[in-house]
Write a protein that binds this ligand. Structure first.
Ligand code: NI
Length: 180
């Protein structure tokens, strides 16, 4: 099953803290492959396992060379070990329908993670690449970018979403694509 459905806010699975991956077995490799396909299909540049209903610490990201990224990465048990600077970026999320907002994060991060072939790696990331990594690792901790904006903005979005869920989503909303 290559494409997996992406859970949408307010699905409670998105609020769970994901468990560390213990076995890099066939099941994990299949999950990562499916996540890559699901991310490209969305289309997006980052996806975390809990977004497809698997509360495990695995993410896929693809920030291209044109954006100062390394291209496709599959990361297992990623951790931020250092952060520096600050950047404000207009974020959206594949799990949040019809909403984007400015979020402040570290502009540089140092990440430690495992690759699917069981190598421990360190990655330095800056700019958009750093933003995407922080956004995806937040998913593993049960956090959405909505948790990093003011409660006023969040409540406004919640109310709008409730209305859409009741009355139907306007076409311009379903056509909006977020990528994180
Ligand atoms: Ni997201």
């Amino acid at each position: 099953m290559p494409l997996r459905p992406i859970l949408k806010y307010p699905d409670p699975t998105l609020k769970r803290v994901s468990a560390p991956v213990r076995n890099m077995d066939g099941e994990l490799h299949q999950l990562l492959e499916d996540m890559v396909e699901t991310m490209y299909h969305a289309p997006g540049i980052g996806l975390a396992a809990p977004q497809v209903g698997v509360p495990q610490r695995a993410i896929v990201v693809d920030v291209g060379k044109d954006q100062n990224g390394p291209g496709l990465l599959k990361l297992v048990n990623p951790q931020i070990v250092e952060r520096d600077g600050s950047i404000v970026f207009e974020e959206g999320c594949l799990s949040v329908i019809g909403y984007t907002a400015e979020v402040r994060r570290a502009s540089k991060v140092l990440i430690r993670a495992w690759t699917p072939d069981e190598k421990e790696i360190e990655l330095e990331a800056e700019g958009l690449f750093a933003v995407v990594l922080q956004h995806e690792i937040d998913h593993l901790d049960g956090k959405l970018f909505l948790d990093r904006i003011s409660s006023l903005k969040r409540d406004l979005y919640r109310r709008r979403l409730k209305k859409w869920m009741r009355e139907g989503f306007p076409e311009e909303v379903t056509a909006t694509s977020s990528t994180l």
